[in-house]
Design a protein. Structure first.
Length: 611
C-alpha cells in the first residue's frame, strides 16, 4: 500500500519519479504527487487526486525541474482522498517536504504540541505531522533532526525527505515499513519496492528498522538511530524488468495466471533431489519434527487461504494438529504457543504488518518460527533469516489480486506436508515418492487447466451481471472455495461467499433463489456423493450450478449441474491446485466483462504494511 520513490543525480528527477510511481501503482493508490528541488534550491510540489494521469496532466501544464526529488502514491488511511491530503507534505514555510508510508500512531498528540509552537496544518493526514516535526527539530542538520524525530514517532513509517537548506541531499528512514535504496554511478534512488528501480539499477540496499539513509552525489551512507554508521552489502536483483511487465497480455493478472506452470516448476525443482527422504531444504531436523506438538500457520487474505490448504494436507499426512489463523487476530487473543511448536508465517511480500507482528509474538513465546515468502530481502525473511525462509520463486507479482503467489504457497504447503509426514513416519516412502512425482507433473497439468480460459470467457459474457455468487466445496475443495470467492469479489466487486457444502442447509440455503449462481468445486472422490446431494438441494431451488471437476468425475457430475469445467486428473491432495486455475480465470473474465480495473481494484493495496 502506498508507494515511495526518490532520486538524486544529474538527470531531471521528474521523469524518473513518474516512471517509478507508475511501476509502484500496482500497490494501490488514490492520489499521487512529487516534490522537486529546483536549481535555486526551492522545493516545488505538484499533487493530484486520482490516477497518475491526473498528476501527469498537472505536470504538463505546470512543469517543474530539478535533479533531486521525491514522489508518492497514496492509499488513504487518515483523511479522504483529495489533492490536499495527497503527499508530499511540507512544513509551514515549504522548506521541508516529506513522503510517508505507514501510520504514525501518536500523530494526534504530536499535532497538538506542534500547533502550540505555531505550526499550521492544512491536511487531515498523520504524515503532515512529520514535516512540521522535522521543521521544529531542524538545526541545520537533517540527519540529526531525523534521529530525534525517530525517537518521538510511534508507529510504522518509511520516509523520504528533502530540504531546501540541504538541496543536494536525499534522506530516507524506516520502521516497520519497507524501503529500498538503489545505487548507480553517482546516482541514488529510494523506493518502496524493487520494480520502481529496475530500469535504473539492480544493486540495492534493504534499509533496516530505525535506520536512516543519506544519499548525495558522493554516494550512500546508512546510520542507526544513534547516528552510528552502518554497513550494508549491496544485493543484486537477478530478475529482469520484463518479469514485471505485461508481455503482450491484456492485464498483469492474466499474465500471472499464465505464469503459474513456470512458477510451480521453479518452486518445486530446487527442492526435489530425486533421492527418497531428502528434505535438506526444510529448516527442521528429524528430532525437531518428531517432537512437534502443534503447528500454527498464520497469514492474511490469500496467504491465509494457502495456509488452510496446508492445514488439511499436514494433518492428513503428518498427523500433527494444525491451526490456520488470521494474522490480524492472532496477537489479540492471547495465543497458546510455546516450545515444541512450529509457527509458519506466510506472506507474498514479506512485509505484511499483521503477519510480522504475529511472528514476533510467537517467537517471543518460544515457538520455532519459519516463513513462506516470495521476496528475498523482505522484512519477514530478514527477521527469521534466509535459512528459515522457504521462498516460493513465483517472481514479481504486479496485479493486486494474488494468483501465482497463492499457487506456489499452496504447493509449498503440500511439500511441507510430505516432508513432515515422511520424517515423522506417518507417511510411507512409497506414498511420499508418488506425491512428489505428481508435484513434478503439476506444471504440465496446469498448462492443460489454462485451456479452460475460452470456455470461461463465454460463460462470463452471459453471467457477468450477477450480483451474488456462492462458492461451495467439501474438504480441500472448501479451502479452495474460500480463495475463489475472495478473487471474484476483489476484482469484479461481485458479492461472493464460500461455504462448506454441508453447511448450506444450516442457514445459507435461505439465500438461494431462481437464477442464483453457485460455483462448486469437486476434486475429492471420497466426498463426491455428499457434495452432489448438497448440489441437488441447490438446483431444486432454481439456482444455476457450475462445477469445476476432475476428468474422471465428469460423468458422475454432468447430469446434476448446468455446466462443467473439466481439469486434468491428479492425486486427491494435488487436484485442488489445478482447480484453482479455472476459478482464477473465472474471476478475471467476470471482471473484464464488467469493465473493472482488473489489476488495480478499488480500495485495495498489494502489500498491506499497516495494521
Amino acid at each position: 500500500m502506498c508507494g515511495i520513490v526518490g532520486y538524486i543525480g544529474d538527470q531531471q528527477a521528474c521523469p524518473i519519479l513518474m516512471e517509478g510511481l507508475d511501476r509502484l501503482s500496482y500497490r494501490g493508490y488514490d492520489s499521487a504527487g512529487v516534490a522537486i528541488v529546483d536549481a535555486e534550491g526551492k522545493i516545488n510540489v505538484r499533487k493530484a487526486k486520482g490516477r497518475l494521469e491526473n498528476l501527469s496532466n498537472l505536470l504538463e501544464a505546470s512543469p517543474i525541474t530539478g535533479t533531486v526529488g521525491i514522489g508518492h502514491t497514496r492509499w488513504a488511511t487518515h483523511g479522504e482522498p483529495s489533492d490536499l491530503n495527497a503527499h508530499p507534505h511540507t512544513d509551514v514555510k515549504g522548506g521541508i517536504a516529506v513522503v510517508h508510508n505507514g501510520i504514525i500512531e501518536n500523530h494526534a498528540a504530536l499535532r497538538r504540541h506542534l500547533e502550540s509552537t505555531g505550526a499550521h496544518f492544512v491536511s487531515q493526514t498523520d504524515t503532515e505531522v512529520v514535516a512540521h516535526l522535522l521543521n521544529w527539530l531542524y538545526d541545520g542538520d537533517m540527519k540529526r533532526a531525523l534521529i530525534r524525530a525517530m525517537g518521538m514517532l510511534e508507529g510504522s513509517y518509511a520516509l523520504g525527505v528533502i530540504c531546501d537548506q540541504e538541496p543536494g541531499v536525499l534522506y530516507c528512514a524506516r520502521n516497520d515499513s519497507p524501503l529500498v535504496i538503489g545505487a548507480r554511478n553517482g546516482e541514488g534512488f529510494i523506493a518502496s519496492d524493487i520494480p520502481a528501480l529496475l530500469s535504473h539499477t539492480r544493486d540495492v540496499i534493504f534499509l533496516h528498522d530505525k535506520e536512516i539513509g543519506v544519499l548525495d552525489r558522493r554516494g550512500i551512507s546508512v546510520f542507526d538511530a544513534y547516528g552510528n554508521s552502518r554497513q550494508h552489502a549491496l544485493f543484486h536483483v537477478d530478475w529482469d524488468l520484463a518479469s514485471a511487465e505485461k508481455g503482450g497480455y491484456a492485464h498483469y493478472m492474466l499474465k500471472e495466471i499464465h505464469e503459474q506452470p513456470e512458477a510451480l516448476q521453479k518452486t518445486f525443482a530446487p527442492r526435489n533431489s530425486g533421492k527418497p527422504g531428502d528434505y535438506g531444504w526444510l529448516p527442521l531436523s528429524t528430532d525437531e519434527v518428531k517432537s512437534l506438538r502443534k503447528i500454527s500457520i498464520v497469514a492474511c487474505g490469500t496467504a491465509y487461504h494457502a495456509g488452510v490448504v496446508g492445514k488439511y494436507a499436514i494433518e492428513k499426512l503428518a498427523r500433527i494438529p494444525v491451526e490456520a489463523e488470521i494474522a490480524s487476530e492472532y496477537r489479540y487473543r492471547d495465543p497458546i504457543v510455546g516450545e515444541n511448536e512450529l509457527f509458519i508465517a506466510v506472506s507474498q511480500s514479506g512485509e505484511t504488518a499483521d503477519t510480522l507482528a504475529a511472528l514476533r509474538e510467537a517467537r517471543r513465546r518460544g515457538a520455532k518460527v519459519i516463513a513462506v515468502c516470495n521476496v528475498v530481502g523482505s522484512t519477514i525473511a530478514r527477521e527469521v533469516g534466509n535459512e528459515n525462509t522457504l521462498y516460493t520463486y513465483a517472481g514479481p507479482e504486479i496485479a493486486v489480486a494474488s494468483t501465482k503467489a497463492y499457487m506456489t504457497q499452496a504447493e509449498l504447503m503440500l511439500m511441507l506436508a510430505i516432508a513432515l509426514g515422511e520424517m515423522r513416519g506417518t507417511l510411507s516412502t512409497e506414498r511420499a515418492q508418488t506425491l512428489l512425482k505428481e508435484l513434478n507433473e503439476l506444471p504440465a497439468k496446469a498448462e492443460q487447466a489454462l485451456k479452460t480460459e475460452e470456455q470461461l470467457q463465454k460463460f462470463a459474457s452471459t453471467a457477468s451481471q450477477k450480483k451474488h455468487v456462492f462458492f461451495v466445496g467439501r474438504g480441500l475443495d472448501y479451502a479452495l472455495s474460500m480463495e475463489a470467492a475472495l478473487k471474484l469479489k476483489e476484482v469484479s466487486y461481485i458479492f461472493s461467499e464460500a461455504y462448506a457444502a454441508g453447511e448450506l442447509k444450516h442457514g445459507p440455503i435461505a439465500l438461494l433463489q431462481e437464477g442464483r449462481l453457485v460455483m462448486a468445486t469437486i476434486t475429492q472422490p471420497a466426498l463426491l456423493d455428499k457434495t452432489m446431494s448438497n448440489l441437488r438441494e441447490v438446483t431444486a431451488r432454481g439456482a444455476r450450478v457450475v462445477a469445476v471437476c476432475r476428468e474422471s468425475l465428469k460423468d458422475k457430475v454432468i447430469n446434476d449441474v448446468d455446466e462443467v469445467i473439466v481439469i486434468p486428473d491428479a492425486d486427491d491432495l494435488i487436484a485442488p491446485l489445478l482447480a484453482v486455475i479455472p476459478l482464477q480465470l473465472f474471476a478475471y473474465c467476470m471482471a473484464v466483462a464488467r469493465g473493472c480495473d482488473v489489476d488495480k481494484p478499488r480500495n485495495l493495496a498489494k502489500s498491506v504494511t499497516v495494521e
